[in-house]
Write a protein that binds this ligand. Structure first.
Ligand code: IP8
Length: 256
C-alpha cells in the first residue's frame, strides 16, 4: 500500500484564496491511476484552508463565537477542494471516497487523539481510494482545532505500514534554505534527525500547521512506521509516477 500526500502548495496557489491548480491536480490523479497501486491519499488545504484558519486562530481552539462562522467557512472551502480532488481521481478511473476529519477525527489539545481507521481499512479492502485532508476537527479540550494532513499521514502510516510514503511538495525536496528566497540553497539527498537540527526555521507564507521544520519533524516520525519515505516535486510531471514505481527520482529521502 502507498501513502501519498499532495501538499496544499502543489494543488493550490497558496498566495490566492481558494485557487485550485486544476491542471496539476488532474495530472497527478492520472499518475496515481496509472500506477495501479493501492493508495490512501491525503491532501493539504493550501489557500482553501490556511488563510481563514489563520485569521481566526482556529489552530488555537474555540474561544469566541465569531470563530464558528470561520470554522464553517474553512470546512466548506476544504470540502470544495476535496471534491475537486476526488472528482479528478474518479475522472482518472480511480474510485475515490472522501473521509473528512471533521467527522472522523478527535483532537486533544491540537494533537490527533482518535481517527476512525476502520473506515479507511474497509474502503481500502473494497478496492477504493480513501481520500482525507487537512480540516477543522473537534478537540476534546479546546472545542475545535485544525487537523493537518501531516497529522493524518502519521496516524495512517502507523496503522497501515505503507510500502512507500510520498510527500508531493512544490519544490524538488528539502533544501538547506527556502529555495524561492535563497537560490543558493542546496537540496538534501536525505534528511535525518541530525540534518534537521541544522536547518533554518524560516517559512515562506502563513501556515497554521507549522513551518517546513515542523513538517520534517513529523515526516521523521511518519517514516519510522513505513518503508521508503520521500519528499518529491509534485509540480514536475512524471515524478510521482516514477516514485510510486520505486524508481530513483530527484527528491529527499527521509531517513530514520
Ligand atoms: O495543509 C491544514 O492542513 P495542511 C488544514 O495539511 C487547514 O497543513 C484547515 C488549515
Amino acid at each position: 500500500m502507498m501513502l501519498v500526500k499532495l501538499g496544499g502548495s502543489v494543488i493550490t496557489d497558496k498566495m490566492n484564496y481558494r485557487t485550485l491548480r486544476e491542471d496539476v491536480l488532474f495530472r497527478l490523479a492520472g499518475e496515481l491511476a496509472r500506477s495501479e497501486e493501492s493508495v490512501i491519499l491525503v491532501h493539504g488545504a493550501g489557500s482553501f484552508g490556511h488563510v481563514i484558519a489563520a485569521r481566526h486562530q482556529l489552530q488555537n481552539g474555540y474561544n469566541d463565537p465569531s470563530q464558528l462562522m470561520a470554522a464553517a467557512q474553512v470546512m466548506e472551502d476544504v470540502r470544495t477542494l476535496n471534491l475537486a480532488v476526488t472528482s479528478a481521481l474518479n475522472r482518472s478511473g480511480l474510485p475515490a471516497v472522501s473521509l473528512p476529519p471533521s467527522a472522523l477525527v478527535e483532537l486533544r489539545e491540537g494533537r490527533l487523539d482518535r481517527l476512525e481507521l476502520g473506515v479507511f481499512r474497509r474502503y481500502l479492502d473494497l478496492g477504493m481510494v480513501p481520500v482525507t485532508f487537512g480540516d477543522v476537527a473537534l478537540d476534546s479540550r479546546r472545542g475545535l482545532g485544525i487537523c493537518s494532513g501531516d497529522q493524518l499521514m502519521e496516524s495512517l502510516a502507523r496503522e497501515f505500514a505503507p510500502r512507500r510514503i510520498i510527500f508531493c511538495s512544490d519544490v524538488d525536496g528539502v533544501f538547506t534554505d527556502d529555495p524561492v528566497v535563497h537560490p543558493e540553497a542546496r537540496m538534501l539527498e536525505a534528511v535525518d534527525r541530525e540534518t534537521l537540527s541544522s536547518l533554518p526555521r524560516s517559512q515562506r507564507c502563513a501556515d497554521v500547521t507549522g513551518s517546513i521544520f515542523g513538517k520534517i519533524e513529523t515526516m521523521l516520525r511518519i517514516a519510522a512506521h513505513g518503508g521508503d519515505s520521500m519528499v518529491i516535486n509534485g509540480l514536475a510531471p512524471g515524478r510521482l509516477a516514477a516514485a510510486l514505481k520505486g524508481e530513483k527520482v530527484p527528491g529527499t529521502r527521509v531517513v530514520v
